[in-house]
Ligand binder design. Structure first.
Ligand code: ADP
Ligand code: ZN
Ligand code: ZN
Length: 678
């Protein structure tokens, strides 16, 4: 009977692993049909969920008796644009996921759940929100010639113009972004600009710069520490085209931006642009696709570009712009020196030369930074009489000693134990910490320099919301003499009083199995070294220094860091990759399987390996992952390789269809395209 009343069929994508779309009936007059790109509330199984309308049809094959009515259409919200739908569609296709699993999680939670109260409130709030006040914009510094050339080239570009902005640390890339933005915003009254940074801790610094420079422009931020209410508001401001600058971390790449005219990816080499769970996308790669789709310019900035981007710049696919010098007058790149730990044996992890350098900075009232990419007090404790070591009972890894918290912690499954008073196997009470993390270095520093203001910044010291920002502010205010930290402190920060960087234990990465380890280590060392000497020579005339403690001072990677020689290092690495047939000369995907028993995971992968052959596709043998067991689950992987991206894509599509049809209740599997860690 219902069919006699005017209605239409809404074809809807839902956030489920089922790789399909779902039809629902919607009663309405023909002229009042919902639009593609709008959201609808529907019953799915026992739940009410929000879905995305991808088609509006007259009829469906679904039998009348099975067809359900949609519950509501969110008509207050203008539809997501065809371009946005195409972006989500591309991501779904490329990463082999159902559209709904890509499109919906990217939307604010308040838009997806239950009532429309939050949406209505955000709409009202934005409607009342007048344009930001007309404060006087901060004066930009005059650019140097290279900066000016870059800003003009980026700000004046039209069409799809991917640019690699290759500028040494402290060369003033931020200023180039800001002045390019200025040109675009001035020229195009409705233009929106998307700026991505790799880390949430870098947003406040840039947000401050943007607000000072563009006080009359609405800025929206999108990152994981917004409250749901804030996220709704900022997302909507972007979606309505009112926010003209959107600043965010990787998740912002899926923001709805109807008038997007320029994309900026700062520190484009950073692995944080890759999402490491669920939909494992690369925000940088999606950004390039988005720029291509919209035929707009995109700038990828870095002092140590990813080899992928460097390769594109060498081959001419990307335009390369260089900033060779530091922007601040008198600021030069720091001198990098290698300290041979075989000759100068460290005490409390510090060689005598590093201690002397720290002392000098203390005397001059300058700041020092010690970089150690290992948090906790010691990576393991052991019993010297029987050889017991603190292994995690649930993972193939060790329990890390956290002395201030009086705990042993597994960094992989979060298991926490009290520190045992005696050895669990032999009863020996003398348990020893082995190795050293940031907490132990902090303790050593306090003993060495009792008068120094030492601050540790790592994931443990910044657990509370806002505490990371507070810590960075303390450094900026000059209230810290020695900063010790993990990679959290290495990136992007512009610490003006810092003239010494000490790097404590980088050697382990030299001999890693992972072929990307040296690219990463090099980038990390250059980045952390780049924190020193950014404000030019200090009054005492001291030059800034970077001291690397190593047992392998002859290693060519360190030689390249000493010479600040990214070019040669990257070119040599690329040659190696080409000869060894590795990315970017080869395309990869990784199938991972998890099960209670390793054999089950391997068995599944073996079946997967054998179920489909394809020309130009190499399927390797299944192997256990390096860290096989995490939280009582065993993990294995299967690597697929091809010299052709389209062929790999075609293979994956067909293969995924087969895998989805397999009965795999004892195995959880997932596919990653362009994996970074293999
Ligand atoms: P990068 O991102 O390239 O490492 P930043 O953008 O953080 O470098 O700039 C480093 C420092 O140089 C900042 O303190 C910035 O204010 C300053 N700076 C940038 N451009 C200029 C300029 N043209 N004149 C003077 N100082 C500048
Ligand atoms: Zn023992
Ligand atoms: Zn564990």
């Amino acid at each position: 009977m219902t069919a006699l009343f005017p209605h239409c069929i809404l074809r809807i994508a839902l956030d489920t692993p089922l790789n399909t779309v779902f039809d629902y009936r919607w009663h309405c007059e023909p002229e009042a049909r919902p639009l593609v790109g709008q959201l609808a509330l529907v019953q799915f199984g026992s739940r009410e969920v929000t879905g995305l309308i991808v088609e509006v049809l007259d009829e469906t094959d679904v039998p009348e008796a099975k067809l359900k009515d949609a519950l509501a259409v969110r008509s207050q919200l203008s539809p997501l644009s065809p371009q946005w739908l195409a972006l989500a569609g591309f991501a779904a296709d490329y990463y082999q996921r159902p559209l709904g699993e890509v499109a919906l999680p990217g939307l604010p939670k308040n838009l997806r759940v239950g009532t429309t109260v939050a949406l209505d409130r955000a709409i009202r709030k934005l409607a009342k929100n007048e344009a930001p006040h007309d404060a006087t914009p901060a004066n930009p510094p005059p650019l140097n010639a290279q900066q000016q050339a870059a800003a003009d080239a980026i700000g004046g570009a039209s069409g799809f113009t991917p640019t690699l902005l290759y500028g040494v640390t402290g060369s003033g890339k931020t200023e180039v972004y800001l002045q390019s933005c200025d040109q675009v915003l001035t020229r195009e009254p409705d233009a929106q600009i998307l700026i991505l940074v790799p880390e949430i801790n870098l947003t406040p610094q840039l947000e401050g710069n943007i607000r000072a420079r563009f006080p009359g422009v609405m800025l929206a931020t999108l990152h994981s520490s917004l409250s749901e209410g804030e996220r709704m508001l900022h997302w909507l401001a972007a979606h309505q085209g009112r926010a003209r600058i959107v600043l965010g971390t990787r998740l912002a790449i899926l923001a709805s931006l109807p008038n997007l005219k320029l994309i900026v990816i700062d520190e484009e080499h950073d692995p944080s642009y890759k999402q490491q769970e669920g939909l494992r996308y690369s925000a940088r790669d999606l950004a390039v696709w988005r720029a291509w789709q919209l035929q707009i310019p995109i700038v990828l900035g870095s002092a140590t570009p990813s080899l992928e981007s460097w390769h594109h710049a060498q081959s001419g696919r990307y335009r390369k712009l260089e900033l060779r010098e530091r922007a601040v007058k008198n600021a030069v790149l720091p001198q990098v020196k290698l300290l041979d730990m075989e000759r100068d044996k460290p005490k409390d992890g510090l060689t005598s030369q590093l201690i002397a350098a720290l002392k000098l900075r203390m005397e001059r009232g300058e700041q020092s930074l010690l970089f150690l990419n290992r948090r906790g007090y010691a990576p393991v404790i052991c019993c010297e009489s029987c050889g017991w070591i603190s292994e995690c009972t649930r993972c193939t890894s060790f329990m890390v000693l956290h002395r201030p918290e009086h705990r042993l912690r597994c960094h992989h499954c979060s298991l926490e134990l009290r520190i045992p008073r005696h050895c669990p196997t032999c009863g020996n009470v003398d348990l020893q910490p082995l190795g050293r993390g940031t907490q132990r270095v902090e303790e050593g520093l306090q003993a060495l320099f009792p008068e120094a203001r030492v601050l540790r910044i790592d994931a443990d010291s910044t657990r509370k919301k806002g505490s990371a920002q507070e810590a960075f502010d303390t450094v900026h205010r000059g209230e810290v003499d020695i900063l010790i930290g993990t990679q959290m402190v290495a990136k992007g920060h512009d610490f003006k009083k810092l003239t010494l960087v000490g790097i404590l234990n980088p050697d382990t990465a030299l001999f890693s199995q992972d072929y990307r380890a040296s690219e990463r280590l090099f980038a990390q060392l250059m980045q952390v070294a780049g924190r020193a000497g950014r404000a030019g020579r200090t009054e005492g005339g001291s030059e800034s220094e970077v001291l690397i403690q190593t047992r392998y001072p002859q290693h060519p990677l360190y030689g390249a860091v000493v010479n600040h020689d990214y070019d040669h290092f990257a070119t040599a690495l690329l040659e190696e990759r080409e000869q060894a047939a590795l990315p970017p000369y080869l395309f990869q995907a990784l199938l991972r399987a998890e099960a209670r028993e390793l054999a089950t995971a391997l068995e599944f992968l073996t079946i997967a390996r054998d179920c489909l052959a394809h020309p130009n596709i190499t399927i390797n043998d299944p192997i256990p992952m390096t860290m096989t067991r995490v939280h009582n689950v065993d993990r294995a992987q299967l690597l697929i390789e091809s010299p052709s991206r389209p062929q790999l894509q075609a293979f994956l599509k067909e293969w995924m269809k087969m895998l989805r049809e397999m009965k795999t209740s004892r195995v959880k599997w997932s596919l990653e395209v362009d994996p970074l860690d293999i």
